[in-house]
Ligand binder design. Structure first.
Ligand SMILES: O=C(O)CCC(=O)C(=O)O
Length: 290
């Protein structure tokens, strides 16, 4: 059986740039994911990334875990995603999102996902599976309604250096535009790749855990940012062997995430050939390359 979004849900997504789908997963499914989230492997990753102090995103989590790999192809999630980006769907990445239980810790600054993962079109959505009842008190995600219609906002220092968070504070100055996604465990929220969003710190001292899959239409071809282990996994339909381009111009992310030398986070470098790099012909602005 398939569970596409209703016309009303699609219209709300088009208007707001996000949608909450309460109760999409069963209690048993949530418990299965929590088992992985609480495993020694996941805890080790979290600790390694400073998870006692800040919200951490452990990427590639589904690529290395067969149980989570299956959740990337969850039928009901894909039905909703298909209603938004069409029948040919790939994963761009998976990650476990973990806000520490400690009061006052955690949070994610305002950003648009597309700034991190520019593609030839904007048919990309992120699906956040909630493992805990989530409210503003324990660090719910907040979205600026309608911001996905305003194009890619500035995430740089003005000299081409990618700062990984949006610099245009006017965008979140009007509180009436901000919606907090407050949902029970087992819900899924889906947001557009240009929806401006952030998360608050944990004020409640109870967990706020999630599993996130970033999906893309199979004809969205990546132009910059990180290629993950599960990038390009087809989860529904097929790869059309074609790129669809939207007529837009935007800055590509240039830099290496501080302290994460293994990840080349947000760098353009891996799109260049060895010989171009060797000869120093790469176009990365000097301030960034140095
Ligand atoms: O973990 C969070 O609260 C935010 C997740 C997020 O912003 C993202 O995946 O882009």
């Amino acid at each position: 059986m398939s569970f596409p979004l209703s016309a009303e849900q699609r219209a709300r997504f088009d208007e707001d740039g996000f949608l909450a789908l309460p109760g999409l997963l069963t209690k048993e499914e949530v418990a299965t994911i929590i088992d992985v989230a609480d495993s020694a492997h996941a805890q080790g990753l979290r600790e390694g990334h400073g998870g006692a102090e800040r919200t951490v995103h452990d990427y590639d989590i589904a690529a290395v875990n067969p149980t989570l790999w299956e959740f990337g192809a969850h039928e009901r999630i894909l039905d909703a995603v298909e209603s938004l980006i069409g029948p040919d769907i790939q994963i761009h990445h998976s990650k476990m999102a973990w806000t520490p239980d400690a009061v006052g810790k955690g949070g994610v600054r305002w950003h648009q996902d597309f700034a991190f993962l520019p593609h030839s079109n904007t048919s990309l959505v992120s699906a956040f599976i909630y493992l805990d009842d989530t409210t503003v008190e324990n660090g719910a995600m907040r979205v600026v309604r309608g911001s996905h219609k305003e194009g890619l906002l500035d995430h740089t220092d003005g000299n081409g250096i990618f700062l990984a968070h949006c610099q245009e504070s006017r965008m979140w100055a009007d509180e009436s535009r901000i919606a907090a996604i407050e949902v029970p465990a087992g819900s899924v929220s889906i947001h557009h790749c240009l929806a401006l969003h952030s998360s608050g710190p944990n004020h409640a001292g109870r967990p706020r855990r999630g599993l996130i899959f970033q999906y893309r239409a199979a004809d969205a071809v990546q132009l910059g940012g990180v290629v993950f282990q599960d990038t390009g996994r087809t989860v529904r339909g097929s790869f059309p062997g074609r790129a669809r381009c939207e007529a837009v111009s935007f800055n590509l992310p240039f830099n290496v995430w501080p302290g994460e030398t293994d990840r080349n986070f947000g760098t353009y470098d891996r799109l260049l050939g060895d010989e171009v790099r060797r000869r120093g012909l790469n176009p990365v602005p000097a301030a960034v390359a140095g």
